[in-house]
Design a protein around this ligand. Sequence first.
Ligand SMILES: *Cc1c(COP(=O)(O)O)cnc(C)c1O
Length: 371
Amino acid sequence: MAMTEWGTIVDGNPLRQTILERYADFFPFDAIDSNVSLYEGFTPLVPSRRLASRLAVNNIFFKNETENPTWSFKDRGTVVGVHHALSLGYRRIGTVSSGNMAVSVAAYGARAGLKTYALVSTSIPLEKLNPIAVYGAVVIQVEGDYGDLYFRSIEIGKRKGIYFINSDVPLRVEGSKTIAFEICEQMNFGVPDFVIVPTSSGGNIRGIIKGFEEFRRCGLISDIPTMVCAQAAGCAPIHDAYINNEDMISRVEYPQTIAHAIENPYPPSGNEVLRKLREGGGLCVAVTDDEMLQAQKELACEGIFGQPKAAVPLAAVKKLRERDIIAHDDTVVCIVTGGGLKYTAVCERHDLIVRSCSLMGLEMLISQLWD
Ligand SMILES: *Cc1c(COP(=O)(O)O)cnc(C)c1O
């Protein structure tokens, strides 16, 4: 049984567990040290009310990953990666990121007292840089190809003794499995018909698929949902290879989307995701920036403010429903991967109205806006 520093038995009490403890048997660790945890995961599965009825789908759920310690699902992989780095004796960690992952690794690096290097692309918006630096990480904007930076960082890390927890490294994929585990538990070990994941490097969707597979192998569930890889049309290498029946993904030469976190032009796990989708009867959907923004607004009108890319699954539901691939009586889970406050500049793309008036004019204005 696990003992914490407070000497309390935590096993079996879900309100005291970390995801590391709850799913300990599914991680490649001999012993779990929950001191690295910021109590990530255990995010709610929120049923949609209005959108489900408007789209004529019985059940749409939002797996609200915006409730993680640094407002995105990345924390699940980071805690597992940092755990691994510490168990191997590393004192330095790093990541290559266009935003969310750098914030996550910086936070967990601070928590664990590790020197942390965040290598970011020059295209990342300014409002995303300070939330990385605030944790005390070394933030370096690197000019050059973002895809090459991924491989270069791992080389440098080997020489310098820095453990790079990049987008789809094996231990990060292990962390993403917990999204699938939680969905199974939240649905009482029934599984949804579709799980839709906004995809860039492919690490997250790989992890979610692996999670469902492991639960099935243990006999905890009997089916695996149809997995949907949802990409931004302006940068959809996995989608493009899938629909063109190609064996391998090709690099997208001019990625163009507002969803910066899913604009990896040459996703390192792309071929693996392609293979997994083909094996398991999965699907790919690409959505335009306009569709993504529209979905972001609709999601907010249900009370969940996600980043544009986090709204990609909802935009994908609409497309799949129109094509009758999602049927009326299906159950769909959208992974809302990250929180909208991370990227407020994009709100300028919405026609949002803020009114003003004098104290004297207030009642009149409210009457005018009555409906
Ligand atoms: C990282 C990220 C993604 C893409 O995940 P991959 O594992 O790179 O496929 C999607 N949405 C958000 C909010 C992210 O931070």
